[in-house]
Design a protein. Structure first.
Length: 294
C-alpha cells in the first residue's frame, strides 16, 4: 500500500456553518462542543499526514444551501494554500426543477468530482435530515440525479436501511451515474432485526453495479471507535460489494469527537484483509473520484 486516500473529510470555519453558529442544534452524531470551532486544513493535515494519507476527497459540510459555491471556493483555496491534493464533493439541490444551472456552475471548478444531497430520514427526529423518507423515488429527483452523468459527477448517497430499496431503484434508474454509499449504509439499529434489515438493504444496493460503499462514519451511533464494530461492518460490506467497490473515509473531524486519526486508521487497517487493502485505502477512491495521483 503506497498511501491512503481519505475519501470523506471536512474542513470548516465555524462562522460559515449554520449548525455551528447560535444555539446548539441536535445532530446525528450527538453533542459536538469540541468541534464547534474552526477546523482548518493545517489541523486536518496534522491529524492525517502521519498516518500516510496522500490525497483526500472533501465532502460538503452543509453550508447554507445558497452558499454552496462559496464552500467549493473555500476548499479550493485551502488546497491551493496547503499544496495538498483535494477533490470536492459539493452540494446541489436535486429537487430543483432543473439542476443543470447549478451543475454548470460547479463544473467551472476542476476539483469538483461529485454531488451530495443528504437523503437520510428516520423515525427518530434526532436522526432525521431529509424532508421525507422516499426522495429517491421522486421523479424530479431521479431526473436531476441522472443529469450528473453529463458532467461525470458521482452522487454520494446517504440513507438508512429502510430507505435502501428506494435507493436501489434510484441507482437502477440512473445507470450512468456512480453512487457512493455513505458510511456503509449507516447501521444504527444493532438489534438482530435491525442488523438483518441493514444486511438485506445492503444486499439490494450491492446488486446495483453502479453503487460502491464508503467505509466511513462507523462510530456515529456508538459515539466511539469500536474496533470490533468496525471489523463487523467492514467484513459484511466487503462480502457484499467486494474490495474493488469499497473505499475508506475518515469522516474527520466528526470522528474526532471520540477518537484520533491514528486510532481510526488502526481499527480500519486491522479490519481490512491484506489482499483488499490497496483497493479500500486507495485504488477504489482513485477510480471513482478520478484522482490524479499515480
Amino acid at each position: 500500500m503506497i498511501g491512503i486516500i481519505d475519501s470523506h473529510f471536512h474542513i470548516w470555519r465555524q462562522a460559515d456553518l449554520p449548525w455551528l453558529v447560535g444555539p446548539m442544534q441536535p445532530r446525528i452524531f450527538g453533542p459536538y462542543e469540541p468541534i464547534r470551532r474552526d477546523y482548518p486544513i493545517a489541523e486536518y493535515l496534522a491529524d492525517c499526514r502521519p498516518c500516510g494519507v496522500v490525497e483526500a476527497v472533501y465532502v460538503q459540510a452543509n453550508w447554507a444551501p445558497a452558499r454552496h459555491l462559496d464552500e467549493v471556493a473555500f476548499v479550493s483555496q485551502a488546497s491551493d494554500e496547503s499544496g495538498f491534493p483535494i477533490a470536492i464533493v459539493a452540494y446541489a439541490d436535486l429537487l430543483a426543477d432543473d439542476v443543470r444551472p447549478q451543475l454548470d456552475a460547479l463544473a467551472q471548478n476542476p476539483r469538483v468530482r461529485g454531488v451530495r444531497m443528504q437523503l437520510h430520514w428516520h423515525e427518530n427526529p434526532l436522526y432525521r435530515f431529509a424532508s421525507g423518507p422516499d426522495l429517491c423515488r421522486d421523479p424530479r429527483f431521479q431526473a436531476n440525479v441522472a443529469r450528473l452523468a453529463d458532467y461525470a459527477f458521482s452522487f454520494d448517497l446517504q440513507v438508512f436501511a429502510p430507505q435502501m430499496a428506494g435507493a436501489a431503484e434510484l441507482a437502477a434508474a440512473c445507470p450512468q451515474v456512480t453512487f457512493v454509499l455513505q458510511h456503509a449504509g449507516m447501521l444504527e439499529d444493532l438489534s438482530p432485526e435491525g442488523v438483518a434489515q441493514w444486511r438485506d438493504g445492503m444486499r439490494s444496493l450491492a446488486g446495483q453495479a453502479n453503487i460502491v460503499s464508503k467505509l466511513s462514519g462507523l462510530g456515529t451511533f456508538l459515539r466511539q471507535n469500536d474496533p470490533a464494530h468496525v471489523r463487523f461492518v467492514v467484513a459484511e460490506t466487503l462480502a457484499l460489494f467486494g474490495a474493488e467497490r469499497c473505499l475508506f473515509g475518515s469522516n474527520f473531524p466528526i470522528e474526532k469527537l471520540w477518537t484520533s486519526y491514528p486510532q481510526l486508521i488502526d481499527a480500519h487497517r486491522a479490519a481490512v484483509p491484506t489482499d483488499a487493502a490497496d483497493a479500500v485505502f486507495g485504488h477504489t477512491a482513485r477510480r471513482i473520484y478520478r484522482l490524479a495521483q499515480p
